[in-house]
Design a protein around this ligand. Structure first.
Ligand code: AMP
Ligand code: TRP
Length: 340
């Protein structure tokens, strides 16, 4: 209960789409940072299944990916007792508030969202209405909990800006400070992990090559094999940042090495100077296995018995509802909906 009664509380909301292939980029760029947030903030972590269906999802895959995402977070150290973990569709407040916000946000605002333009591609007419309206659902996710802070990567900054505009317009239109204006939380120099096959492309769940990414479910053998095949260049490792110019694969592998060590590229360079890639690949493999293997084996253990994770998500949703339902009531009253 302390969760909802604290006054000057800092509350985080973050959502991730359960669309499969959790990889090293998700771990180093997002999940690992959230583990550190749980001591300072009250955190709500949501598997946004309703966002996922803005593009086609196979139903069985969606169920599996939702569980796997939650399991990946827990195996990485996110405590499901201390934080709230749940899947979005279990809490109706998201859809309810999204409708109201659909009527607050302007068509022109959504038309400027670069992610829609990218995802819809050339065939805009054939994309789902949900894909276009999706930023309003994201705003509802955040505002239904009156979250004060949202950890955002570069690609979500524009959506958070829109959330802030929607919250301000709602408060102004109804002359009532219903929503706090959420702040972006820019987390350190978040590691940007690139593809193991091409150092200029982001490591991504949608890359067709399995060798482009290390999945969080990969065992030691798979990790070793992928790193052995990772693209490199012919030079030995340099001693300065300046010498890394124009060597994207070296930058990426050293960046991964540093991030896995919780360090920075500058700090690890002296230790690596002059090494050949063949030797460095052994070091990075040992390190990656030592960090990731405990996570992947915990994930496979937790995925064996789905009743545990389903229970976590059910209980998380109950706790989420306790916070979101009074906000929906306040919004409905503010808008002028008759209620009993
Ligand atoms: P996605 O699954 O692409 O929607 O990403 C989920 C989270 O992981 C977001 O916070 C992203 O910023 C982060 N992320 C995804 N890919 C990478 C990457 N290659 N490097 C760093 N962070 C990433
Ligand atoms: N749109 C985010 C993404 O694609 C996921 C997301 C949904 C989210 N709702 C959110 C992120 C609320 C932060 C806060 O990655």
């Amino acid at each position: 209960m302390a969760f909802i009664e604290k006054k000057d509380l800092k509350r985080i909301f973050s959502g991730v789409q359960p669309t499969g292939n959790l990889h090293l980029g998700n771990y180093l760029g997002a999940i690992r940072n959230w583990v550190n947030l749980q001591n300072e903030f009250e955190c709500i972590f949501c598997m946004v299944d309703m966002h996922a269906i803005t593009v086609w999802q196979d139903p069985e895959e969606l169920r599996k990916n939702t569980r796997e995402l939650a399991v990946g977070m827990i195996a990485s150290g996110i405590d499901p007792e201390k934080n709230i973990l749940f899947n979005q569709s279990r809490v109706s407040a998201h859809a309810e508030l999204a409708w109201v916000l659909n009527c607050v946000a302007r068509l022109g605002w959504l038309g400027r969202m670069t992610q829609f333009k990218e995802k819809a591609g050339k065939d805009k007419e054939n994309s789902s209405v949900g894909l276009f309206a999706y930023p309003n659902l994201m705003a509802a996710d955040i505002l239904a909990y009156k979250a004060t802070h949202v950890p955002v990567g570069h690609d979500q900054k524009q959506h958070l800006e829109l959330t802030r505009d929607i919250a301000k317009k709602f408060n102004t239109d109804f002359k009532k400070e219903v929503f706090p204006i959420p702040e972006p939380l820019i987390l350190g120099a978040g590691a940007r992990v690139m593809s193991l096959r091409d150092g200029s492309k982001k490591m991504s769940k949608s890359d067709l090559s399995e060798y482009s990414r290390i999945n969080m479910t990969d065992d030691a053998d798979a990790i070793a094999k992928k790193l052995r095949k990772a693209k490199t260049d012919p030079l030995p490792l340099p001693s300065t940042m300046a010498e890394l110019e124009g060597r994207p694969e070296a930058v990426n592998l050293i960046g991964i090495y540093a991030a896995l060590k919780d360090s920075t590229v500058e700090k690890v360079l002296p230790e690596l100077e002059g090494k050949q890639f063949s030797e460095f690949k052994k070091d990075i493999t040992d390190l990656a296995v030592s960090v990731l293997e405990p996570i992947s084996s915990e994930m496979s253990k937790l995925m064996k018995d789905t009743s545990y994770i389903d229970d976590v998500l059910r209980k998380g949703a109950e706790r989420a509802r306790v916070i979101a339902e009074p906000v929906i009531k306040e919004v409905y009253d503010t808008v002028g909906f008759l209620r009993d």
